[in-house]
Design a protein around this ligand. Structure first.
Ligand SMILES: [Zn+2]
Length: 409
């Protein structure tokens, strides 16, 4: 017995005729050219149906605070200082309300899985963690939210932070992150985070570095610790803007090192473009790591949103297809093959980064189904195709109306 049939869907990797998708109890029960059923039905009309976008790196807790900040220089240091100041007045309800606004945008743009980074330190305590936990519970009907707790302002230099990270891990944080570039002892922090991750059996996601000086990198230490802890496939690093400053040959060598160690990379084009190269008054460097080039060497990479409407990134609509398009523009990825690779950077690759074993349109997986207004992944990136309709575990979660033109009759 089916609860829903989504008809005439075009599926990735199954070129040719369209297929029907049958849903039972929130799960994909059947995929076939024509399903005979009296269940309620929707018509995808030959459009691309995919399992939703996957966001690996966003900050719900500090989104939508531009009205509380007074940024002038647009530098990383200014953003950290401004947010640290605003954070002093955050309340749990305030974090929930802002996070909700951001999360609802992501849902309406077809995101069905998300990892959010949440700050923990003695000033904010566990307020952000508690608020985001409520969001995770209240929006489970539309999105699976994973919480990564991390010390944005440092760990070894910030007494009391480690105890709070431990409390969050004991209370059910899904994974742990680090931010070595704000620590007085970056390698010490990396070692401490690996220790905590192992203690609680959690994956790790670092905010690794955030400048364009490639003469010194913490990436080698992360790879070394990953191997030493047998943590390959469980570690991701975000930003890593230093990689964008490497010569091509050195970048390829580093990519092979990351692939061998099993360390994944998340690139955050909007924030990196906004904050990097502020010392230049012309020929401003982009500061965006070429993710698709690293994928070719076997590195698991994703492109993600990071910050929304705050001093780190005063933009954002939480659309991952738009972010993939932005990345394609910066990375000069314009061939059909490159554009399709950019689609992978916001879908299957981030799912792999997050070790999601039930992502994809296949019998037995959750019926997470998003209909895009076109027929192919490369075109979706090129045209920033809006998701028109989405289901989470077989239940309709959003609809986005198509524009209507009125030519003279
Ligand atoms: Zn971040």
């Amino acid at each position: 017995m089916l609860d829903l049939v989504l008809r005439n869907a075009r599926l990735l990797g199954r070129e040719g005729a369209t297929l029907d998708i049958g849903v039972a109890n929130g799960t994909i029960g059947e995929i076939a050219p024509r399903i005979a059923s009296d269940a309620p039905q929707e018509d995808a009309a030959g459009r691309l149906v995919m399992p939703g976008f996957v966001e690996t790196h966003i900050h719900l807790d500090k989104s939508c605070i531009l009205d509380r900040c007074a940024s002038k220089d647009g530098t990383l240091q200014e953003a950290i200082t401004q947010v640290a100041r605003a954070k002093r007045d955050f309340t749990e309800d305030d974090i929930y309300a802002r996070g909700r606004r951001t999360l609802e945008k992501a849902i309406s743009h077809g995101t069905t899985r998300m990892r959010t980074h949440v700050e923990v330190d003695p000033r904010i305590g566990l307020k952000s963690f508690e608020a985001v936990r409520r969001l995770k519970r209240d929006y489970a009907w539309a999105i699976d939210l994973e919480i990564c707790v991390f010390p944005q302002e440092g760990l070894l230099n910030d007494p009391g932070t480690e105890e709070l990270l431990i409390a969050a891990c004991e209370a059910g944080a899904d994974l742990i992150g680090g931010c070595p570039y704000t620590d007085s002892d970056p390698h010490g922090q990396i070692a401490r985070i690996f220790g905590l991750a192992q203690r609680f059996d959690l994956d790790i996601d670092f905010h690794l570095d955030f400048d364009l000086d490639a003469s010194h990198m913490n990436l080698g230490e992360v790879c070394r610790q990953t191997t030493a802890h047998r943590y390959g496939g469980r570690v991701a690093v975000g930003h890593v803007t230093k990689l964008s400053a490497l010569l091509g040959e050195k970048l390829d060598e580093t990519a092979r090192q990351l692939a061998d160690a099993g360390v994944a990379v998340t690139v955050l084009p909007a924030t990196d473009l906004f904050l990097m190269g502020r010392g230049h008054d012309h020929n401003v460097p982009r500061g965006v790591t070429p993710a698709h080039r690293m994928v070719a060497h076997g590195v698991t990479c994703s492109v993600a949103t990071n910050n929304v409407l705050n001093p780190f990134t005063p933009f954002g609509d939480c659309s991952l297809v738009r972010m993939a398009n932005l990345y394609a523009n910066i990375a000069q990825a314009g061939t059909p093959r490159e554009l399709a690779a950019c689609f992978d950077l916001v879908t299957s690759l981030p799912a792999k980064l997050m070790n999601l074993t039930d992502y994809g349109i296949a019998v037995g997986n959750p019926a997470d189904l998003v209909v895009l207004d076109n027929i192919g992944p490369g075109e979706a990136v090129a045209e920033i195709s809006p998701p028109l309709l989405g289901f989470k575990r077989g239940r309709r979660s959003f609809v986005r109306a198509s524009p209507i033109l009125f030519p003279p009759v």
